[in-house]
Design a protein around this ligand. Structure first.
Ligand code: CMC
Length: 391
């Protein structure tokens, strides 16, 4: 009863309270558990950030050692689960479909963790998901190119191990340069949480029914799949390639955007009305990587596009600045990650955020099942028409 507030796209609805991530879009501030993203990016690594988001504090040395040991212990998937991959078509390049399905199926191997009753059960579930998502992601890529799976190597760090499972070939272990491992850790770290974005809200929505943690995070992967969310970094590369191929000059592309024939991908954000702080960090990281011998012809185009847009009234008036996706695609390409895998990379990075939000809701005694209302705009009552009388 009472008045229902109409808020399409939930642009102005606070659906929960949260202690995890703070964003000030006007000032371009992002903090995880109170720590500025710039500090975490400079000093920490993805696994440390994952711990911070999920458990609330920076890990002590012994926490990190325990967590790393658990991630190593959990890096393999059950052989039966590995057989699930055989049911997916080869060469169809749908790694997001595989990732969401297999993460959900992973839950069926651990029904004992459907109800989490204490911190040790939660810790175990966290280790299983954070570790295995990377194995499943790499296997989904190998499946999509019709190559044999490469099993994880317990001696490698989280990101190094992922690159090994992606790119090693029989009898030749891929040995990425240190900068590549660092850049990957940074990309995951910067994607690790962003308060109530669409996929995280989806995880909280599904979790609010008390669905288990595996099913809930798998729903986040599905939400992330869309072009306007996890698919944007791939769209940036498509855009840069059309310019690189000579289909449009930079000026022609900007004119098309201004005529609303297309959008400048990797620009604009619902919350940030100044520079997205993650874009600043990634822009610098892109330059660092390229100085270490990685190359990409699209970088020049990206920089010229950015400069052109930032000095154009259309973009200035609408407060459109580069977002996290503008440079992340260039880094991923430089690391040899194919475009079809970009949303999968986002999913690995966002996993700690999804888990942290799921747990925050799960352990909040005042949380209720999420159930938005609607403004009904359909028919008023009418009489049932038997089938012979319908026109
Ligand atoms: N290029 C050209 N014009 C734009 C763009 C853009 N990228 N983004 C917004 N605008 C214009 C839009 O046309 C509108 O102008 P007007 O009022 O004259 O019609 C105004 O700016 C406001 O746009 P909006 O669509 O109301 O903004 P929104 O908050 O609903 O959309 C957005 C946010 C991110 C979907 C949008 O900026 C966009 O489509 N950007 C390109 C896609 C992209 O880079 N997405 C990644 C987002 S960050 C990662 C993530 O969250 O997953």
């Amino acid at each position: 009863s009472g008045l229902i507030t109409y808020d399409p796209g939930y642009g102005n609805t606070g659906a929960c309270t949260s202690n995890i991530t703070f964003v000030d879009g006007e000032k371009g501030i992002l903090r995880y558990r109170g720590y500025p993203i710039e500090d975490l990016a400079e000093h920490g690594k993805f696994i440390e950030t994952a711990w911070l988001l999920i458990f609330g504090e920076l890990p002590l040395k012994e926490d990190l050692a325990r967590f790393s040991a658990l991630l190593t212990a959990e890096e393999l998937i059950h052989e039966d689960l590995r057989h699930h991959f055989e049911g997916f078509p080869s060469h169809k390049n749908q790694p997001m479909a595989i990732l969401s399905a297999v993460i959900n199926a992973l839950g069926s191997y651990h029904p004992d963790l459907y109800d989490i009753n204490d911190k040790s059960e939660f810790f175990l579930a966290v280790g299983k998901i954070i570790s295995k998502v990377r194995t499943i992601a790499a296997f989904s890529y190998r499946k999509s190119i019709g190559r044999p799976f490469v099993y994880p190597d317990p001696d490698l760090s989280y990101c190094h191990n992922f690159l090994h499972m992606m790119f090693s070939i029989p009898y030749k272990q891929y040995d990425p340069p240190e900068e590549a491992v660092k850049a990957l850790s940074l990309i995951f770290q910067l994607h690790a949480d962003h308060e109530q974005n669409c996929s995280t809200s989806t995880v909280r929505m599904v979790g609010s029914t008390q669905a288990n943690i595996f099913a809930s995070v798998s729903s986040g992967i599905c939400a992330l799949w869309g072009r306007l969310h996890g698919g944007a970094n791939a769209a940036v590369i498509d855009m840069l390639e059309t310019i690189n191929n000579g289909d449009y000059t930079i000026d022609e592309y900007i004119e098309k955007v201004k005529k609303r024939e297309c959008r400048l991908m990797g620009f604009g954000h619902r919350i940030y009305k100044s520079f997205d702080p993650r874009a600043k960090i990634l822009k610098k990281a892109t330059h660092d990587l390229l100085q270490h011998g990685f190359s990409d012809e699209l970088l020049d185009i990206a920089m010229q596009l950015e400069e052109r847009a930032l000095s154009d009234d259309f973009f200035i008036e609408r407060k459109l600045y580069p977002n996290v996706d503008f440079y992340s695609g260039i880094i991923l390409r430089a690391l040899g990650i194919p475009v079809a895998m970009f949303p999968v990379m986002f999913a690995i990075g966002r996993m700690p955020g999804w888990i942290a939000h799921w747990y925050e809701d799960y352990t909040n005694p005042t949380s209720r099942i999420n159930r938005p209302r609607q403004i009904y705009t359909g028919e008023t009552p009418r009489n049932y028409v038997p089938i012979d009388f319908r026109k």
